[in-house]
Write a protein that binds this ligand. Structure first.
Ligand code: SAM
Length: 241
């Protein structure tokens, strides 16, 4: 169930695509997720190929930390901080958002040493809330506030999974148990909107840009405060103006 949600493409209504040199424009099926390996576990040849095809080189946590320190929101209150929006463009396995492991070496990172932008929000929530209800309400808002897009479907699935597992980690750290199932479903649904598959050069799902002529292939994102969906390209154009 969670896996199916984490494979959803909210723009096409189908599953996200592999969009790599092995599987091309075919959808990732739930039965295939065992084939997905993080970059640090991929064969050296595949790593090189992906660096050539898609400039795939991942950022180590010490660099993510330096850069996240620079952009970390300086907000009036901790609740404003939870709502501050961030987007990791071409997010790979999303090391700027969450840092369960070193994206270069694969070495696990203890929860106390994590540096991602969502990690920072969740550690504030762990500090500032006391009841599970409050924790859940603020965590929903925190996950709604972080965005990322990526071309290659295996990276995107791992980015989504990393965010999902991070939320579980912080709940366990706070309450020493697993979060409720309905909350996890809600989190997976938010993630399936907020981390999406897009060719950043076209604003469309990979390999679909020509279909723009017939409408409907521009990637959709959601503003959770209003509940409205937007085409990402309109948002990006608004920022450029
Ligand atoms: C240099 S890696 C950075 C990944 C991650 N942000 C990090 O810092 O570790 C670049 C990522 O961009 C993705 N990518 C390449 N071309 C893209 C495109 N046209 N649109 C979206 N993502 C793209 C690659 O698949 C790869 O995961």
């Amino acid at each position: 169930m969670i896996t199916e949600i984490l494979l959803c493409d909210r723009t096409t209504g189908k599953n996200i695509l592999w969009a790599n040199s092995e599987f091309g424009a075919t959808e990732i099926q739930a039965a295939q997720i065992e084939l997905i390996r993080p970059r640090h576990e991929k064969l050296r040849e595949h790593q090189k190929q992906r660096a050539r095809d898609r400039a795939e080189i991942f950022t180590p946590p010490d660099i993510c930390k330096i850069q996240n320190d620079l952009i970390d929101a300086d907000k009036k209150s901790w609740t404003d901080y939870i709502d501050a929006k961030f987007l990791e463009i071409t997010c790979g396995e999303a090391p700027y958002l969450v840092s369960r492991y070193n994206a270069v070496t694969g070495e696990p990172i203890d929860i106390k040493n994590r540096v991602g932008l969502l990690d920072r929000k969740l550690s504030v929530i762990n500090r500032e809330t006391s009841t599970p209800n409050d924790w859940i309400n603020f965590t929903v808002r925190a996950v709604q506030s972080i965005y990322g897009y990526e071309f290659q479907g295996d990276n995107l699935f791992l980015a989504r999974k990393n965010v999902f597992e991070t939320v579980k980690d912080y709940y366990n750290e706070k309450f020493s148990r697993k979060p409720p199932e309905d909350f996890l479903t809600t989190i997976a649904e938010i993630i399936s909107w907020n981390l999406w598959q897009m060719d950043g050069l076209t604003g469309s799902p990979p390999f679909t840009e020509n279909k723009n002529l017939f409408g409907g292939a521009n990637c959709l994102i959601k503003d959770w405060r209003t509940g409205k969906t937007f085409e990402f390209k309109d948002l990006a154009e608004g920022v450029r103006q």
